[in-house]
Design a protein around this ligand. Structure first.
Ligand SMILES: Nc1ncnc2c1ncn2[C@@H]1O[C@H](COP(=O)(O)OP(=O)(O)OP(=O)(O)O)[C@@H](O)[C@H]1O
Ligand SMILES: [Mg+2]
Length: 254
């Protein structure tokens, strides 16, 4: 695999909270256009791994390379100015979608989507408006542009959050349980948007409990337990009846 096609590369990543080792020697590589779904029991380190990828959580040690920005974290050594600059550039090339949407309550759907374009990217209001409307259309919400989050369903809020992420033209999107806060009937509308993004070639790392999405959309399934990547394989292999007893046991809970 040539370096340019690798969008995310993690090696020997470790993170503890006090005495609790949450990530232990995590290694992961994600190519351009790949959809990787991370599964695993509660507390296995999935969120911590995702948050470490854009340094919302600072790992203790290991190497992270995302969109050609590389940061080597060494135990007990503070990040350099170059590292911090690399983190800023890395964040500009990635988007994160959380379980809890995190929309601005006092801004309309459209304003939520265009906020970063105007304040960070400094594009004109007109350009931001057109881009925002196009993105709302992409997630099926052009008729909700003027609605405030309080007037939107959970599924609609999450689609606004995805459009907001897309506004910054990310090369990779990290999703942390994007549908977990939603009623089952609202999940599909969010999963459909994610499916379309995957089809369009977006690189995505998705922590989820949606096994059907994993089976149908993922190129690879990563199974974590106890801060370790236990399995990293195609959905065909992962969901095969011959996969490991631990995976069978995990899957039997659904
Ligand atoms: N800021 C923190 N301070 C202390 N401990 C933390 C912190 N964040 C996470 N942990 C602990 O780290 C472990 C892994 O948490 P993490 O949120 O990464 O798990 P997860 O796999 O995402 O779980 P879930 O499926 O419940 O979301 C847990 O034991 C958790 O209690
Ligand atoms: Mg989590």
């Amino acid at each position: 695999m040539s370096t340019s096609t690798v969008k995310v590369s993690v090696s020997a990543l470790a993170k503890s909270f006090d005495k609790l080792e949450v990530l232990r020697d995590v290694n992961l590589e994600v190519s351009s256009g790949e959809v990787v779904v991370i599964l695993g029991p509660s507390g296995s380190g999935k969120t911590t791994l995702l948050r470490s990828l854009n340094f919302l959580e600072q790992p203790d040690s290991g190497c992270i390379r995302v969109c050609d920005q590389q940061i080597d974290v060494r135990s007990g050594i503070a990040l350099s100015r170059q590292d911090r600059q690399a983190i800023t550039r890395l964040r500009q090339k990635t988007a994160m979608v959380f379980q809890s949407f995190n929309l601005f309550p006092h801004k309309t759907a459209l304003e939520n989507v265009t906020e970063g374009l105007i304040s960070v990217r400094k594009v004109t209001k007109e350009v931001a408006h057109d881009r925002g409307m196009a993105l709302l259309k992409q997630v099926g919400l052009q008729d909700k542009a003027g609605s405030y989050p309080a007037k939107l369903s959970g599924g609609q809020k999450q689609r606004v959050a995805i459009a907001r992420g897309l506004a910054m033209d990310p090369e990779v999107i990290f999703f942390d349980e994007p549908t977990s806060a939603l009623d089952p009937e609202l999940r599909d509308e969010v999963l459909t948007v994610m499916r379309d993004l995957a089809k369009a070639g977006m690189t995505m790392i998705v922590v989820t409990h949606e096994l059907r999405f994993a089976r149908e959309v993922a190129d690879r399934v990563v199974f974590m337990e106890g801060g370790v990547v236990v399995a990293n394989q195609s959905p065909e292999v992962f969901f095969n009846a011959n996969s490991s007893p631990r995976i069978q046991q995990f899957l039997s809970k659904y």
